[in-house]
Unconditional design. Structure first.
Length: 441
């Protein structure tokens, strides 16, 4: 197959898979962060304190962490199409049910269950992409659906606050209740669509030509062979891999910022002035909108250079500087501008993380590796939202909370610079062991 045929084939694969994965990721992220917009009214309606809201934001990650590895192993066993469809159907149902919380405990339970039902989605999609995209195309592929999280945050604010404003009182429900219902149902519908149209692997794709299938399958098979093929790797060996722990700790520190900031972003923006809910929704859209631009530019730069580590260090270092500056900006306009700069960079590390995580191993070992990395990293989701709530209650403002986020992003930057990502095992193919440019070491 010529180079032109290769590029055309990958464009065809990208165009076929990305719209569905993008839609999944859009509602995945929206159903995680929409409690931030609901809190503008829900907290007062239900009497939730900052600590209660922060704990509810964090307990999601407890359920997520408990089921992450089992979920990804089941995906490898039963197939991505059926398992991802199950995840969509069940998380959508729980997200919609959040409309009917009636006290602190019910809020905690439903957020915990949302994490349980959603567990395995992101690493599962990352595993699925290893069946379709060779390594040199993977960061852009991951960026193609990860960027939906930024679009979700961009559109989620205006959509959520508009629903809250104009659906308020319909059939006796609060606006925030309608928001949860109307943003949970699409995930269930996507689950049904996934069962209908998702293609498991290139060999099953009626929309690819025979030569395209052969080239893609042979290319991916060669990469799997370089990583050890389908040789059995014990879970203990996966857990003992220093690359797993360094990458997980890096991303966990980044998640303190990502989830800590963006779950609280509507309330942070609200604190900058006397703003309506709809104004907060639109102002909250700018940081993640810039994140779309940052993700696109950084992913392309990383793929062209073959480097992941230095790009990760750059985006988290820049985010740390911007958010620290926002904490003590002399006026609200500068504070908001620096939050926008934070958004430009902080999302851009996500596709680099998933590209690295999916490059360590293949097969069942690859599924376990990705799931374990993401499970460990979720400590960031536990720490971020809850700690901001506690600091906000103790200090009465967000300044110290934002500095806490900046400190974790500095740690992520340091880990990115020093971590090893080439395989430590003996017997790895020379091409892979020497492929520092491909792995980002």
């Amino acid at each position: 197959m010529t180079r032109i045929d290769e590029a055309a084939t990958m464009r065809k694969v990208y165009g076929r898979l990305m719209p569905l994965l993008f839609a999944m990721m859009f509602f995945n992220y929206l159903d995680r962060i929409n409690i931030g917009f609901a809190a503008l009214d829900m907290n007062s309606d239900m009497g939730f304190s900052p600590a209660v809201f922060g704990f509810a934001g964090s307990i999601f990650f407890v359920g997520y962490m408990l089921l992450e590895v089992p979920s990804n192993l089941l995906l490898h066993r039963v197939g991505a199409r059926r398992w991802i469809a199950r995840i969509l159907l069940t998380w959508g149902a729980v997200a919609a049910a959040t409309a009917f919380v009636f006290n602190d405990t019910s809020f905690y339970v439903l957020r915990f269950l949302l994490g349980v039902m959603e567990a395995g989605f992101l690493p599962g999609v990352a595993v699925y992409l290893t069946k379709w995209f060779p390594e040199r195309y993977r960061a852009r592929a991951v960026g193609g659906y990860i960027i939906a999280g930024s679009f979700s945050a961009v559109l989620g604010g205006p959509i959520s606050t508009t629903l809250m404003t104009y659906a308020n009182g319909v059939l006796g429900l609060h606006g925030w209740q309608w928001m949860f219902i109307l943003e949970g149902v699409p995930a269930m519908l996507l689950g049904l669509v996934t069962l209908r149209i998702m293609t498991e692997r290139p060999a099953d794709a009626a929309w690819l030509g025979d030569d395209e299938k052969r080239w893609l399958e042979s290319t991916l098979a060669a990469e799997r062979e370089a990583l050890g093929g389908h040789a059995h790797v014990s879970f203990l060996r996966v857990a003992g891999d220093i690359r797993v722990w360094s990458l997980a700790c890096l991303f966990g520190c980044a998640l303190v910022g990502i989830y800590g900031l963006f779950l609280w972003l509507p309330q942070i923006v609200k604190s900058l002035g006397q703003l309506s809910n709809i104004e907060v929704g639109f102002l909250s859209a700018a940081p993640p909108l810039l994140g779309v631009l940052g993700t696109f530019l950084i992913s392309r730069s990383s793929d062209r250079s073959g480097d992941r580590k230095k790009h990760l260090a750059f985006v988290y270092g820049a985010s740390a500087i911007a958010i620290a500056g926002s904490a003590y900006a002399p006026n609200p306009v500068i504070a908001y501008a620096l939050l926008c700069v934070t958004g430009l960079f902080i999302y851009a590390g996500n596709p680099l993380f998933w590209s690295l995580a999916s490059s360590f191993r293949t097969g069942a070992a690859g599924a376990a590796t990705i799931a374990l990395i993401n499970t460990i990293a979720q400590f960031g989701g536990l720490v971020g939202p809850w700690s901001i709530g506690l600091v906000r209650r103790a200090t009465g403002n967000f300044s110290l909370a934002l500095l806490t986020i900046a400190a974790f992003l500095v740690i992520a930057t340091v880990i990115a610079l020093v971590m090893r990502v080439t395989p430590p095992e003996e017997g790895v193919s020379p091409a892979l062991a020497n492929g520092d440019a491909a792995t980002g070491n």
